[in-house]
Structure formats: C-alpha cells, structure tokens
Write a protein that binds this ligand. Structure first.
Ligand SMILES: Cc1cc2nc3c(=O)[nH]c(=O)nc-3n(C[C@H](O)[C@H](O)[C@H](O)COP(=O)(O)OP(=O)(O)OC[C@H]3O[C@@H](n4cnc5c(N)ncnc54)[C@H](O)[C@@H]3O)c2cc1C
Length: 490
C-alpha cells in the first residue's frame, strides 16, 4: 500500500462525522491519524446549510446513554438545552392523543458541534475547514482519498487508508462512487422529505397542551397541514419553541392539485405557526446561541438505511447513509449509534491492516442488530401512513391503537394493532366500519414483522448479501405495490 496522508479521512463534520471521529480515537487509543474535512468555516462547525443547523433538535436519552456507555462522552449544558418527558401524538381532529413516554432532550444543534469538535480533538483528530469534498479517489478497487475545493477555489486532495462519507443528505461522494460496490448510490426522491422549522421566543397566549407543552414534544398528524409527513411543536423552554413540519414533495403536489392550492413547504410552516393558539407575539430567538439558526429548511431521507454501508476503503454514515427513522425522520440517534459502531469497526480494521469491504462488514451487521433492524422495517408503517386519510387516522387512533401498541412503538418494536383483528368480537362492528383501514393495519403488522426477521438475518459476510437483498426487495416491492400513496386528503 502506497504511503497515505492519513489513516482515515471523514468527509463532513456534522453529528455523524464528529461522533465517528471520536469513536475511532477512543477505540484506536488515539493511534489512528484521522482528518475531518468540512466545508464550513472553523467557527461554524456542523452547520448543515447556509440556513444553519436546521433540525427539530429532539433526541432520546436512551441514545445519549448509549454514547456515554460506549465511548465515555456525556453531553450536558449548553449542548442539551431542554429536557422533555415524552412525545404526545395528536390525531388530525385533535380528539385523540397518544403519549410515547421516555426521557429526551432538545439539543442546541449550533453549540453541540463545538463540544463534539473538542471531544474529537482530545482523541487527536485533525480538522480541515473551508474545504468541500467533491469526489472520491480510487486505486486498485479501493477508495484511497478525496478531492475537493477550498473556499478560495483552489483544488484540494488528500489520501487515506479509508474514507468515511458523513456529508449528510446531499452526499455526492456516495452518488459518484468510483469503484464497484454494493452500496446503493441513489435514493428515490419520494423517499426524501422536505422539512423546515423556526426557533421562536413567544408569549404564551393561554394554556393548551394540545398546542404547546413545556415538558413534552408534540406531534400533529394531519394530511392537509403536513401531507405524507407530520408537524411538530417541540419545547425549548417555557416560552421558547422549535416548531415546523415535514412533507413529501409528491404528497404536497397531490394535495395542492386536489384542493386547487399552491402551498409550498414554507407557506405550510407559516400557516401552522400562525394557527397555533398558544404561540403568540412570536419572534425568532435572539439568543446568540441561536443566531443564524432560527429559520431553515432542509431535506431528510426517510427510507430504510442503505442496504450496504461499506466498500473497499470506504464507509457511509448518518444522513448520507439514509439512516433517519422512516416514520419521524429522527436522524440524531441513528447518527449516534452508527458513528459509535463505525468508529469501533474502523479502529479494528486499521489494527488488522485490512480495510476491505469484508473487514468493514461488521459495521453493517452490528448496526443492523443494534439499531437498524426496527428502523428499516418502519418503512412499511411510513408507506402505510401515506395512504390513509385524516378521517381514517382519527378513527384508527380512537379505536384501533392500544396501550400495547404505544408501548411497542416506544420500545422501537412493532405495534401488533390487535384491536384491528377479528379475534375480539367487541371490535367486529368497528372493524367492519373501517374494513380497509383494519386490513391495512394487519398487512402492516405482517410485513413489518417479516422485515424485522429478515433484517435480523442480515448476512455475516458479503457472500450472503445478494441473496438477502433479493428477499428484502421482494418484501419491499410488494409493500410499495399495495400501499400506493393517497391522491389527497382533507
Ligand atoms: C427540519 C429538520 C428537522 C429534524 N428534526 C430532527 C429531530 O427532531 N430529531 C432527530 O433525531 N433528527 C432530526 N432531523 C434529522 C437530523 O437533523 C439529521 O439526521 C442529522 O443532523 C444527521 O447528521 P449527519 O452528520 O449525517 O448530517 P449533517 O448534520 O447534515 O452534517 C453534515 C456535515 O457535512 C458537511 N458537508 C456536507 N457536504 C460536504 C462536502 N461535500 N464536503 C465537506 N463537508 C460537507 C455539512 O456542512 C455538515 O457539517 C431533522 C432534520 C431536519 C432537516
């Protein structure tokens, strides 16, 4: 192997890239020479776009505990801005609500990367700011570096034994992969949601926990306000909020066609904020910790994660690997789990002097077994939710969702929707009243369960991959055929 500038180059210093850097440092006992390249200026680490560090900011305590247990990093103030005790999900008519209990936090996404850079530097990571990674370099079937451009326009090139793509949802590196690999290069545009939000200070006009609760995140399901997505009100204090929504582009187009409207993501967000009866006298936060980060839109992949995330001398993590949870676009925990696991596997591969696809494969299997398997199968539930009307959601949440289903979703397992089964004669009338809804829920349960089993049988080595993927695609394609997105719904 020719001499390389670094052991590892991580392209993208956001949530996933910075955790991967710290994890490699931790597991290699700082022996690995790691470089993080990021297009941002040094004083703006982790910024996603010119609009800032756009995110809903919410994550579970469970994932933060995982990070602390596995690489000894525990966040506190000022990274964690506000604690919450759970998430309330409301039906479109707001008459049903479901509580998903579980401690969580609202990050300050602008401040957090500053702490993460410090953590990575403690482990010896080097940084190259103001540099955009544009293409991967290869040699003899291995990725061996990146080329790109500095902010002054001058070309940049660096070589490494292994490159990690953590450039987020708009990754070009993965898309222009120059070697044969099992990594999928492109995602269907319908599997990406447009999302946006404000961070606002406001004067609570009244108390109404349906629209703002200082200790709980609120999610509003509504195919008219957030077609094929959802809207959220996440507290960042008693009078501070992260409020926004996510929609699928085609879902929004269909809804606009049906109602003769011309809404776009931003107009939907603005209406959603204006209609909130608690959030009044609102203005974008003036806290310096929020400056440049109070209004922004960006995209999130909501498919299952990439079926293979490694190639010779290469791995992909975070949004670049399509890791966010399909039903709620939550990508912070997957970045934490994915980055932590990838860092360990990379350290082992460097130690063994083998950065081949086969050597890095453990990242695929361990991520799938630890965090990925239910996430991937939530793809079915997401596809199903895109087919139902507001009336069906109202009915389903009122009559079919049980305590056990809620508990299952909280524990990242699959709900059984037993109330939608004919086992219980008490439910017959309700099921017959909404037969297609009940059937859809039953199908979702069966397919999700089949996918969980399939994912838990992810192959231990590249040899079994093609066969495994064939089985996966046959399940997924059948689901897509059955769950055609809703034309439009009020
Ligand atoms: C509006 C919105 C709301 C969300 N809400 C939540 C939520 O409440 N909870 C949750 O868990 N998740 C949420 N997510 C998803 C979450 O924000 C992402 O999953 C997470 O940030 C992914 O981290 P990442 O490191 O993969 O990518 P990013 O955070 O996007 O980081 C990528 C980094 O790479 C840099 N970069 C990009 N391209 C290049 C390049 N070519 N060369 C060099 N550097 C590059 C970027 O500047 C950035 O620093 C939300 C997303 C959006 C858009």
């Amino acid at each position: 192997m020719s001499q390389r500038d670094y052991d590892v180059i991580i392209a993208g210093g956001g949530m996933a890239g910075l955790i991967t850097a710290a994890s490699i440092g931790y597991h290699s006992k700082q022996h690995a020479k790691v470089l993080v390249i990021d297009r941002n200026a040094e004083d703006q680490p982790g910024r996603k776009t010119n609009n800032g560090w756009t995110c809903g900011d919410a994550t579970s305590k469970r994932s933060l505990d995982y990070l602390a247990e596995h690489i000894g990093i525990r966040y506190g103030s000022p990274e964690l801005e506000h604690p919450v005790s759970g998430v309330y999900v409301y039906s479109p008519d707001r008459k049903s609500k479901v509580l998903f209990e579980g401690e969580g936090y609202l990050f300050n996404r602008k401040v957090t990367p500053q702490r993460q850079v410090k953590d990575a530097k403690k482990f010896g990571t080097e940084f190259m700011y103001g540099t955009t990674a544009e293409r991967l370099v290869s040699e003899n079937g291995y990725i061996t570096g990146v080329t790109g451009r500095r902010s002054d326009g001058s070309p940049y090139k660096a070589t490494a034994r292994l490159v990690v793509d953590a450039t987020g949802s708009s990754s070009l590196l993965r898309r222009f992969m120059p070697i044969d690999s099992r990594i999928e290069k492109d995602i269907d545009p319908d599997d990406v949601v447009g999302t946006g939000r404000y961070i606002l200070d406001f004067k609570p006009a009244k108390e109404d926990p349906t629209f703002f609760a200082p200790d709980y995140c609120i999610i509003h399901l509504d195919q008219f306000i957030a077609p094929a997505g959802y809207a959220w009100v996440f507290p960042k204090g008693k009078a501070k909020v992260n409020i926004g929504l996510g929609v699928s582009k085609s879902g929004l187009d269909r809804r606009n066609r049906r109602f003769g409207l011309n809404d776009n993501l931003q107009s939907l967000i603005d209406k959603y904020v204006a209609d909130n009866p608690v959030i009044k006298d609102a203005h974008q936060s003036e806290d310096p910790a929020d400056s440049g980060n109070t209004k922004g839109n960006w995209q999130v992949p909501v498919r299952r994660h990439n079926d293979c995330m490694v190639a010779n001398g290469f791995a992909v993590v975070g949004d670049a690997a399509w890791m966010p949870r399909p039903i709620d676009a939550g990508g912070i925990s997957p970045s934490i789990y994915g980055g932590t696991i990838l860092g360990k596997v990379v350290a082992q591969a460097l130690e063994a002097n083998d950065v081949s696809e086969a050597s890095l494969w453990k990242y695929n299997t361990e991520y799938m077994q630890t965090h990925g398997y239910p996430m991937a199968s939530f793809e079915v539930l997401r596809r199903y939710l895109q087919t139902v009307t507001n009336d069906q959601i109202n009915y389903g949440m009122k009559h079919f969702l049980s305590e056990e289903d809620v508990q299952a979703i909280t524990e990242r397992k699959h709900p059984e929707f037993n109330r939608a089964r004919f086992m219980n004669p008490m439910m017959w009338f309700r099921i017959l009243n909404q037969l297609s809804l009940a059937r859809g829920l039953r199908y979702t349960v069966e397919k999700s369960s089949a996918l969980v089993t399939h994912n838990l049988n992810y192959p231990e080595s590249p040899a079994g991959f093609e066969q495994w993927r064939k089985g996966l695609l046959s399940e997924v394609n059948e689901t897509m055929e059955r769950f055609k997105p809703l034309e439009a719904a009020a």
